[in-house]
Ligand binder design. Structure first.
Ligand SMILES: NC(=O)c1ccc[n+]([C@@H]2O[C@H](COP(=O)([O-])OP(=O)(O)OC[C@H]3O[C@@H](n4cnc5c(N)ncnc54)[C@H](OP(=O)(O)O)[C@@H]3O)[C@@H](O)[C@H]2O)c1
Length: 277
């Protein structure tokens, strides 16, 4: 990425997280331009990351090979539409992280010929441990895909999905997923406290357990059932707990929760003017 000129439109939380990741991965500040409407956010970018942001988006995209669209979903159309002529002339890649804004809606704001890619990162990107689902339509070529994936890999892993529809499942699984883990951690803390542990002890044990289990899973071959079996001795404590969870249909409950989040993602997408692909 040493040669590309990048513009981030929207220097808020996720925009800043991405820029921080890119700088940590060797991108130089002078390769990055930002268009950001809020003066306070521009000052934060300059203070924390040494990036000069502009209030004028047209000026910010002047040299861009790739534009990350990181404004709120409801602002995506009004940010892109005034830039359409410039975009069609230069044809930078437009990589949108705006949740739920469909390719069709983005393309109609940018105009024909502009390569548009969607990405759905998640909150652990803020600490460089995110995972991003990516989708690109067929007309986006391999080098454009590689460039988009490299940008998102600066804050974690990147995974391509085959259909735009699948991004709603990505949103439900990895986008909302951190909240499922926080809920599990909270429930574990409460259980520990009910059984007599001091709250701080229960918190440290629960958070470190989730972190360590995540590291073990990530360092494995992905066989989660085997990992579970390895910590579940016959007749032991873990087996007693898992039996209780399974009796309450834990797997079904999680399936229903992820399905509800997927449905909600589709409903929200319809509000941003895109029907389900
Ligand atoms: N945060 C996450 O965990 C996460 C995860 C996945 C995807 N995303 C997606 O990432 C996008 C950004 O989220 P965020 O949490 O970073 O939001 P955010 O903190 O509100 O950042 C968006 C920034 O864009 C600015 N902006 C608004 N209109 C603009 C314009 N015309 N030109 C330039 N900048 C403009 C906003 O200013 P104002 O505040 O004045 O509007 C704000 O500073 C969203 O579309 C969201 O769906 C976020």
């Amino acid at each position: 990425m040493s040669h590309i000129e990048l513009t981030v439109l929207g220097g808020g939380n996720m925009g800043r997280a991405l820029i921080g990741g890119l700088l940590r991965h060797g991108m130089r500040p002078e390769q990055i331009a930002v268009g950001e409407s809020q003066e306070a956010a521009r000052a934060t970018l300059s203070r924390e990351l040494g990036i000069a942001a502009a209030a004028d988006n047209a000026a910010a995209i002047r040299k861009a090979d790739l534009i990350v669209l990181a404004v709120k979903p409801q602002d995506a159309g009004s940010v892109l539409a005034p830039l359409a002529a410039q975009l069609q002339q230069r044809r930078p890649i437009v990589l949108s992280i705006a949740a739920g804004v469909r390719i069709q809606a983005l393309q109609s704001s940018c105009g024909p010929g502009v390569p548009v890619i969607r990405a759905m990162p998640n909150r652990p990107a803020f600490v460089g441990a995110g995972v991003t689902g990516l989708f690109a339509p067929a007309e986006v070529d391999a080098s454009q895909r590689t460039m988009a994936a490299q940008i998102m890999q600066s804050v974690g892993e990147a995974v391509w999905v085959a259909t735009e529809d699948a991004l709603d499942v990505v949103t439900a699984l990895s986008g909302s997923g951190p909240a499922y883990f926080f809920l599990l951690a909270e429930a574990m803390v409460n259980a520990g406290v009910e059984l007599g542990l001091p709250v701080e002890t229960a918190k440290r044990l629960s958070i470190a357990t989730l972190h360590g289990a995540g590291l073990l899973a990530q360092g494995s071959d992905g066989d989660l059932a085997r990992l579970r079996a390895e910590v579940t001795s016959k007749g032991g404590t873990t087996e007693a707990a898992l039996r209780t969870l399974q009796a309450a249909d834990f797997n079904q409950l999680i399936s229903r929760a992820v399905a509800a989040a997927t449905r909600r993602s589709r409903e929200l997408a319809e509000q941003f003017g895109g029907t389900s692909p």
